[in-house]
Design a protein around this ligand. Structure first.
Ligand code: 0RA
Length: 653
C-alpha cells in the first residue's frame, strides 16, 4: 500500500486538524473582495482564472500542454489540465496530503519549489484555496504516478481525507466548483465572452498551449492554440489593418534572469497600440518594462537611421530627430516579461514598478532589434520612412493645434455658433445632443428643455478618424465644433475631463445606414481622442422610435410608439381594433420626419426616452472592433452597437 494511504487511515483526528483551516477560510469568506477583488461579475470570473492560472503555471514550467474549461448548465465550472497533477504526498509541516494543503491553506498556492514564475504573484494571486473557500462545493481529482486521487469540499471544508479512487496512466488535475450563492449574491451566471477573451489572451501569451472553452448551456465551443504566440497576437490585433511589412518582428531573449518577449508590426494607421504583460497579467498602466521598451525602441531606430544617413535633409531647417511618438505611430506591439517578484503599483495595480525590468527590456530590444535592422534593411527602411512622415506631420499638427488654440477650440474659450446651449451650468445635470442634420436639429431645438439640454446639429460627414492624423482631425469643422462645445480640449496632452460641460453626450442619428455611419465615426472619434468620455460613461446613443401607432376612437385619439417591428405588432394587437381604418401607423424614415413635440416625447424627455450607454470593457476587443467598424460592412457595425450599448432606459434622473 502506498505511504500516503496509510497515513490517512486514522480518520478520527481529522476534525481537529481542520480548525486551523476553517480559520483561514473564514477570513476569505468574511472579506471575499479583499482576496478576489469583488463579489460581482468580475470576482465570479476571477475564480475560473485563479484555477486556470495554476494550470498555466504548469505549462510555463514545461509540464502541461492543454487546459480545458467547461461551463456546466448549473454555472458550475470544470478546469482540466494535463500537468503533473497537484502533489499528494504528506506535507511535512501540515501533517496532511499536499493536495489538501493546496486546496485549504491560504497562499499555499502550491509552489513549494523555488524559481517558478508563478502567475499567482499577480493581481489578486490568492490560489485555489480561495476558490475553494468561496464555492458551495468543490471537487478535485488528481491523476499522478499511476493513481487517481480525490477530495471534495463544502465551502472549503473537506468532506473526508484525500483518497485514492483508481489507477491511471495519465497525469493532470481536474477541479470542479460551484461559486457560493451566499458570496456571489449579485450574479452566478458565467459569461462566455469574458472567459473566452482571457483564455484567448493566455493562449497567445503561452505559445503552443491548447486552451478550450465549452459552454454546456448552449453548446458553444472554442479552441485556442497559437504556435506563433505573440506574433499571432500582433497579427490578430492588426487583422483589419494594413501592415507595413508582412511578418511581425519577434524578439525573445533573457536578460539578467528576466525573460523578455516582444512582437511588433507597424500598420498604416496613426494610432499606437501597445499591450504589456508581466507574468501573463496585463499591465494596463504600463510601467518599467514598457518604459524600457520605449526608450530602447526610439534609440535603436534613431541609431539605425543616423548610421545610414536616412535623416539627412529631411527636416525643413535641420535634420530630423525622431521622437518616441514618431517611431510608435501606427505601431502594434505586445511586450511580455516574466519576473520573480513583480511589484504592481498604482490605484488599480496595473503598473509594474520593478526597476530591473526596465534595464532588461532596454538591453534586449537594443541588442536584438539592432541586429534585426542590420539583417533586414528593407524593413528597417520602411519603418524609418514611416517615422519620418510622422515627424513631418507632427510639425504640421503642432501648427494645427496652435491655430486651433488661437481659435479657442482647445482652450474652451468661445462656443460654436451652431450650438443651441442650455441655460443650466452644472455639467452633471446637462446634456448635449449631437443631432444628424439641420432639420432634426431644428425640431430638437424647439422640443428640448433648454434648462439642461443643449443641441448641436451636425451636417455633412465627420472625417474618418481611423485614417487621419491629429492635424487633419482638427482641420475638420464638425469635429472642431464638437470639441469646442464639450470644452475639454483634445488628445492626451490637451484633454481636461474636469472642463467637460455636459455629463451626458447623446448621439442622435437616423436609423438608416448613413445614420449608423455617422454614429460610428463619432464613436471612433471619442474612442481615439477622448477615451475618458467613454470610460466614464458619458457617451449615449438616443433611440428614436421607428413607428407611431395612432388609434382614433370616436372623437378621442391616442397613440403609442414602437422601437421595432415586433413591438409595433404587439401594440397593434393590444389596441384591439375592429377595422384597420381605425389605426394610423406611421413609419419614421428619419428624425427629420418627427415634429418637435413627437421628438420631445420619444427621444428627449428623460422619463420617456430610451438611451443606450456605451461601455467598453476590453481594450483589445474594442480596438479590433473599431477597426472593423470602419470597414464597409454594415452588419458588424450594427452588431457592435447591439453588443456594446447597454440599455439604460429611464436612467436615474
Ligand atoms: C504544487 C506543486 C506542483 C504542481 C502543482 C502544485 C499544481 C497545481 C495545480 C493546480 C491546477 N493544476 C495544477 N497542476 C499542478 C509541482 C508538482 C511536482 O513537483 O511534481
Amino acid at each position: 500500500m502506498a505511504e500516503n494511504e496509510e497515513q490517512y487511515e486514522d480518520k478520527s483526528n481529522y476534525g481537529a486538524d481542520n480548525i486551523k483551516v476553517l480559520k483561514g477560510l473564514s477570513a476569505v469568506r468574511k472579506r471575499p473582495a479583499m482576496y478576489i477583488g469583488s463579489t460581482g461579475i468580475k470576482g465570479l470570473h476571477h475564480l475560473v482564472f485563479e484555477v486556470v492560472d495554476n494550470s498555466i503555471d504548469e505549462a510555463m514550467a514545461g509540464y502541461c500542454t492543454r487546459v480545458d474549461v467547461v461551463i456546466h448548465k448549473d454555472n458550475s465550472i470544470t478546469v482540466t489540465d494535463n500537468g503533473r497533477g497537484i502533489p499528494v504526498d504528506m506535507h511535512a509541516s501540515e501533517g496532511k496530503s499536499a493536495l489538501e494543503v493546496v486546496l485549504t491553506v491560504l497562499h499555499a498556492g502550491g509552489k513549494f519549489e523555488e524559481g517558478s514564475y508563478s502567475v499567482s504573484g499577480g493581481l489578486h494571486g490568492v490560489g485555489v484555496s480561495c476558490v475553494n473557500a468561496l464555492s458551495s462545493w468543490l471537487k478535485v481529482t488528481v491523476h499522478r504516478q499511476g493513481k487517481i486521487w480525490f477530495q471534495s469540499y463544502q465551502r472549503g471544508v473537506p468532506d473526508e481525507p484525500v483518497k485514492s479512487i483508481g489507477e491511471s496512466k495519465k497525469n493532470g488535475t481536474i477541479v470542479s466548483f460551484l461559486p457560493d450563492i451566499q458570496i456571489f449574491a449579485e450574479t452566478q451566471e458565467y459569461h462566455y465572452d469574458i472567459l473566452s477573451q482571457r483564455l484567448r489572451e493566455l493562449a497567445f501569451l503561452n505559445k503552443g498551449i491548447t486552451i478550450t472553452l465549452k459552454d454546456e448551456r448552449d453548446e458553444r465551443f472554442h479552441e485556442y492554440c497559437y504556435p506563433g504566440g505573440l506574433v499571432s497576437f500582433v497579427e490578430f490585433l492588426n487583422e483589419n489593418k494594413a501592415p507595413l511589412y508582412k511578418e511581425a518582428i519577434y524578439i525573445q531573449k533573457t536578460s539578467n534572469d528576466i525573460p523578455v518577449e516582444i512582437a511588433m508590426q507597424h500598420n498604416d494607421t496613426y494610432q499606437e497600440n501597445i499591450f504589456s504583460f508581466v507574468n501573463n497579467i496585463n499591465t494596463v498602466d504600463g510601467g518599467t518594462h514598457l518604459a524600457g521598451f520605449r526608450t530602447a525602441f526610439t534609440r535603436t531606430i534613431n541609431n539605425y537611421a543616423n548610421k545610414n544617413n536616412l535623416l539627412k535633409g529631411k527636416g525643413k531647417t535641420k535634420d530630423i530627430d525622431l521622437t518616441g511618438e514618431d517611431v510608435r505611430e501606427g505601431l502594434t506591439c505586445v511586450v511580455s516579461v516574466m519576473i520573480r517578484n513583480p511589484q504592481f503599483e498604482g490605484q488599480t495595480k496595473g503598473k509594474l514598478g520593478n526597476s530591473e525590468a526596465k534595464s532588461a527590456v532596454e538591453s534586449v530590444v537594443g541588442d536584438v532589434l539592432g541586429t534585426f535592422f542590420e539583417e533586414n534593411p528593407s524593413i528597417a527602411r520602411k519603418i524609418v520612412e514611416k517615422c519620418i512622415s510622422a515627424a513631418v506631420a507632427r510639425d504640421a499638427a503642432r501648427m494645427a493645434k496652435q491655430l486651433a488654440r488661437r481659435k479657442g477650440v482647445l482652450e474652451g474659450g468661445g462656443l460654436p455658433g451652431k450650438l443651441a446651449d442650455c441655460s443650466g451650468r452644472d455639467p452633471s445635470m446637462c446634456e448635449l445632443f449631437l443631432v444628424e442634420g439641420d432639420s432634426a436639429g431644428g425640431s430638437a431645438k424647439s422640443g428640448r428643455d433648454r434648462g439642461f439640454q443643449a443641441i448641436l446639429p451636425l451636417k455633412g460627414k465627420i472625417l474618418n478618424i481611423e485614417k487621419a492624423r491629429i492635424d487633419k482631425v482638427l482641420a475638420n469643422e464638425e469635429i472642431r465644433t464638437i470639441v469646442q462645445a464639450l470644452g475639454t480640449g483634445i488628445s492626451e496632452d490637451d484633454f481636461r475631463i474636469n472642463d467637460l460641460r455636459y455629463h451626458k453626450i447623446i448621439i442622435m442619428t437616423d436609423a438608416d445606414v448613413d445614420g449608423s455611419h455617422i454614429r460610428t465615426l463619432l464613436l471612433t472619434f471619442f474612442f481615439r481622442h477622448m477615451p475618458k468620455l467613454i470610460e466614464n460613461g458619458h457617451i449615449y446613443i438616443a433611440q428614436p422610435p421607428l413607428f407611431k401607432i395612432e388609434k382614433k376612437k370616436g372623437k378621442s385619439k391616442f397613440h403609442k410608439y414602437a422601437f421595432n417591428e415586433a413591438e409595433k405588432d404587439r401594440i397593434v394587437k393590444e389596441m384591439n381594433v375592429e377595422k384597420d381604418s381605425e389605426l394610423v401607423i406611421q413609419r419614421y424614415k428619419g428624425l427629420g420626419e418627427m415634429n418637435p413635440d413627437q421628438l420631445a416625447e420619444t427621444t428627449l424627455q428623460p422619463d420617456k426616452r430610451s438611451l443606450l450607454q456605451i461601455q467598453l470593457e476590453d481594450v483589445v476587443e474594442a480596438d479590433n472592433i473599431f477597426t472593423l467598424l470602419m470597414g464597409e460592412e454594415v452588419e458588424p457595425r450594427r452588431k457592435f452597437i447591439e453588443d456594446n450599448a447597454s440599455n439604460v432606459k429611464n436612467l436615474d434622473i
